[in-house]
Design a protein around this ligand. Structure first.
Ligand code: SAM
Length: 387
C-alpha cells in the first residue's frame, strides 16, 4: 500500500466508527465516544474522529453531526487513478450498497475537495452502477475523502446516522424569516423529533412561548407552522412577523415572565449562563407551564462535554418530573448545543418511548373556556410556506 501524500493528523481507521464534528469540537466528541464505550477514540483530521467500537450506538452522540461505520481505507489514490481502486475495493469487499455518497469533512481542507468530489461522483456512480444521492440512508455506500489521496469507505449506523451526509444540514433560508437562526430550529425539528412526533407536536393551533425571541427567527418557524407564539424579548421583532396575528411580542425579562396558561412548546434562545437557563427550563417543566421545551445552551470553550454532563444532571435534578432529554450540536449551532426536554409519562399499557404522552396545552389548561379550533393536520396555513 502506498503512503499518503498529504498528512492527516491521526492514524487512518480501517474499521470502527467515524464521527463528524464541527471543527474545534473534535476533542469533545473523542471524550464522548470514549464515555460511550469506545476502547480507543482519536482524531483522524479536522472535523473527523474515529473510535474503535464493535457496538453501534443507539443514539447520535451530542457532539457528532454524523456517525458512520468504517469498512475500509484506501491510501495513495492519484489524480488519474482514484475511481478504479475504490470500485475494485468495493467489489472485492462484502459491501453491497444501493446508493453512493461522496463526502469530505466540514473543514477548510475538506471544503477544498468539493470540486474533486463533484467531478468524480458521477463517474464512480456509473462505474458501480449505483445512484449518486444527496441524502444518506441505510444501504448507502459512503466514500469519505480524508484528503485528495486518501478515502475511507463507510456505511450508515442503523437509523442513527444523519440523513444529511456529514451532518451538513442543507436547508434553504426561508423568505421572510428575520434571522438565519431560524434554520437552527428547523434543523432541530428535522433531526430531534421523529416523524410521528413532528406530526403530533407541530400542529397548527398549538401555543408556544419563545424566550429571547428577537429578531424572530425561531418564532417565525413556529408561526409558519400555524402556532400562536408569545415572543419574549426586550429587543425588536423584525420583518413580516411584526404584524402577524399569530404573534404576540412582549418586552419582558425571560427569566421572570410566566405564562398565563400552559403552552405546548417552550423554546428558548436567550444568550445567558447555561446553568441559569437550565434552572428556568426546569421550573417551566416542573410547573407544567409547557408540555415540552427546546432550548439552546451556550457552552464554555473548554471541557464542553463535561459541562454538558453537569448541565444535564442539573436539569434532571431540578425538574420535578422525570425527563427524556436529548441534546445535539447541530450544523447551525456554533458554541451552543440544542436540547430537547420532554417529561416522561409512562403509559400503563404501552411500551412506547418515554415522552410520547405529554399532554397538550388543551389538556393541561383545564381553565381554558374553549380550545382554539385546531386545523386537522400540520399543514401550513394558506400563504405560509413550508420547506
Ligand atoms: C441569539 S438571540 C435570539 C435569536 C432568535 N432565536 C432568532 O431566531 O431570531 C438572543 C436573544 O436573547 C435575548 N435575551 C437575552 N437575555 C434575555 C432576557 N433576560 N429576557 C428576554 N430576552 C433575553 C436578547 O435580547 C436576544 O435578542
Amino acid at each position: 500500500m502506498r503512503t499518503r501524500q498529504a498528512n492527516p493528523l491521526g492514524p487512518l481507521p480501517t474499521s470502527g466508527l467515524l464521527g463528524f464534528s464541527r471543527c474545534g469540537f473534535e476533542a469533545d466528541l473523542v471524550e464522548e465516544l470514549k464515555d460511550l464505550g469506545a476502547d480507543h477514540a482519536g482524531l483522524v483530521t479536522d472535523g473527523l474522529v474515529q473510535a474503535t467500537s464493535n457496538r453501534d450506538p443507539t443514539t447520535m452522540p451530542v457532539f457528532a453531526r454524523d456517525l458512520l461505520r468504517v469498512s475500509g481505507a484506501l491510501e495513495g489514490l492519484t489524480r488519474g487513478d482514484r475511481i478504479g481502486p475504490i470500485a475494485a475495493h468495493l467489489r472485492a469487499s462484502a459491501i453491497h450498497g444501493d446508493s453512493l455518497i461522496l463526502l469530505a469533512a466540514d473543514s477548510e481542507s475538506g471544503r477544498k475537495l468539493a470540486p474533486m468530489l463533484r467531478s468524480m461522483g458521477r463517474q464512480l456512480a456509473n462505474e458501480l452502477s449505483l445512484p449518486l444521492v444527496s441524502q444518506s440512508r441505510p444501504g448507502s455506500v459512503i466514500v469519505v475523502f480524508v484528503d485528495s489521496t486518501t478515502a475511507l469507505l463507510a456505511q450508515t449506523v442503523g437509523s442513527v446516522s444523519n440523513p444529511w451526509p456529514g451532518g451538513i444540514a442543507r436547508l434553504k433560508m426561508p423568505h421572510g424569516a428575520p434571522s438565519r437562526s431560524t434554520l437552527k430550529l428547523d434543523e432541530a425539528f428535522a433531526l430531534m423529533l421523529t416523524a410521528a412526533q413532528r406530526s403530533r407536536w407541530l400542529r397548527a393551533g398549538m401555543r408556544a412561548v419563545d424566550l429571547g425571541a428577537a429578531p424572530g427567527g425561531w418564532s417565525w418557524q413556529l408561526v409558519n407552522r400555524g402556532m400562536s407564539v408569545t415572543a419574549i424579548d426586550n429587543g425588536p421583532i423584525k420583518g413580516e412577523l411584526q404584524g402577524d396575528p399569530l404573534l404576540t411580542h412582549l418586552r419582558a425579562d425571560g427569566f421572570r415572565w410566566q405564562p398565563p396558561r400552559p403552552v405546548d412548546w417552550l423554546v428558548c434562545d436567550m444568550v445567558a449562563k447555561p446553568a441559569r437557563v437550565v434552572e428556568r427550563i426546569a421550573l417551566w417543566l416542573s410547573n407544567r407551564w409547557c408540555a415540552r421545551a427546546l432550548f439552546n445552551l451556550k457552552l464554555p470553550m473548554q471541557s464542553r462535554y463535561q459541562s454538558w454532563l453537569r448541565l444535564r444532571e442539573q436539569l434532571l435534578q431540578q425538574c420535578r418530573l422525570p425527563l427524556q432529554v436529548q441534546a445535539r450540536h447541530l450544523y447551525h449551532d456554533r458554541e451552543e448545543i440544542t436540547v430537547l426536554a420532554v417529561p416522561k409519562r409512562p403509559r400503563a399499557n404501552s411500551q412506547s418511548a418515554a415522552g410520547e404522552q405529554v399532554p397538550t396545552s388543551e389538556k393541561l389548561d383545564r381553565r381554558r373556556p374553549k380550545a382554539r379550533p385546531r386545523e386537522p393536520d400540520a399543514a401550513p396555513r394558506p400563504g405560509r410556506r413550508r420547506r
